[in-house]
Write a protein of this length. Structure first.
Length: 317
């Protein structure tokens, strides 16, 4: 296992807003988890500076592939897949001009970031670093899983929690285009994996009250996942509230019957019967949690469950 799991230039308790998720400094800082937030040398580019959403999309494409020049054809295929070549080329040059103008609107940006043409393609260039929150999210996930494999569950919990707090919302949530969908789906899967593993670790550490909001956040995205419902039932039980165990199980049964015309899995029924027969543990010092209101799939809320201290990104340039 690596001796230093997280770069010393990083802190692992990100703030919920992009101004906290991206540290001030030289270069380009891009928050992609949630609505797009772009800063040059720590100064946010205003919404008015973006003339079209395509300029924002072009920036995201170049940020994701910032280690190489991206061909014009590849950019056009992503942004205007149904346009004829003449129209697409015209739209591309207008969008490229709009992006360059938006980036230059920040004070001192002329010497800090540029979109240049090289190797038959286009690339973002900056003398500082290009910091993106998706890089830190993936780093935290990798390192948390490393710690978990080596049974260092306190460290794993810390990094999984940091990753989930960094996740403000869907990837580039304010942009709409088909090319964004695979990125959103992949990052959402990672978020749900982090939440599930964090809930399991909190129960293993004997902190059911910490597991409850984690399970609840997961279930707002995936309300039919009975594995996590079982974790939540266990958390309610171990927090000492048998009434919540019963009410949540009854709400789950009603949801499954109403939305899917199904009954709970045998494992869920058996767990509920065992918890109902067993004596609840003494409630934690923070008191019993409030019940989760179950809603059908689609009523998503990925907002963080706490507001920690700011995060500094020290990603590659």
């Amino acid at each position: 296992m690596r001796g230093s799991p997280v770069d010393p230039g990083l802190t692992t308790t990100p703030a919920t807003g992009p101004e906290g998720a991206l540290a001030t400094g030289t270069g380009l800082q891009v928050a992609l988890l949630g609505p797009l937030d772009v800063r040059v040398n720590g100064v946010r580019i205003s919404d008015r500076a973006w003339r079209t959403s395509k300029a924002s999309e072009l920036l995201v494409l170049l940020v994701l592939d910032r280690d190489r020049a991206v061909s014009r054809d590849a950019l056009i295929e992503a942004l205007w897949p149904d346009s004829d070549l003449g129209s697409a080329v015209s739209n591309f040059h207008f969008t490229l001009h709009s992006l360059r103008k938006a980036l230059s609107s920040a004070p001192g940006a002329a010497d800090s970031v540029a979109v240049v043409r090289r190797d038959r393609g286009y690339q973002l260039v900056t003398p500082g670093r290009i910091a993106a929150d998706v890089d830190l999210f993936r780093l935290l996930m990798r390192e948390a899983q490393d710690f978990q494999r080596y049974a260092r569950i306190d460290d794993a919990a810390r990094l999984f929690r940091a990753a989930t707090l960094l996740y403000r919302g869907d990837f580039a949530a304010d942009l709409q285009n088909a090319w964004l969908r695979p990125h959103r789906e992949e990052l959402t899967r990672q978020l749900l994996s982090a939440l599930r593993q964090l809930a399991e670790i909190e129960l293993e550490r004997g902190d059911p009250l910490a597991a409850v909001p984690v399970c609840e956040r997961f279930l707002r995205d995936e309300p039919y996942d009975e594995n996590v419902h079982r974790l939540l039932l266990r958390a309610y039980h171990e927090a000492g509230d048998q009434g919540l165990v019963t009410r949540h199980y009854q709400a789950l049964v009603a949801l499954l019957r109403r939305e899917l015309n199904e009954e709970p899995e045998a494992a869920t029924v058996h767990l509920y019967e065992r918890l109902r027969a067993g004596a609840p543990r003494r409630p934690g010092h923070r008191g019993a949690p409030a019940p989760l209101r179950l809603a059908p799939a689609g009523a998503s809320d990925r907002s963080p469950v706490a507001t920690p201290a700011p995060l500094r990104l020290g990603m590659r340039g």
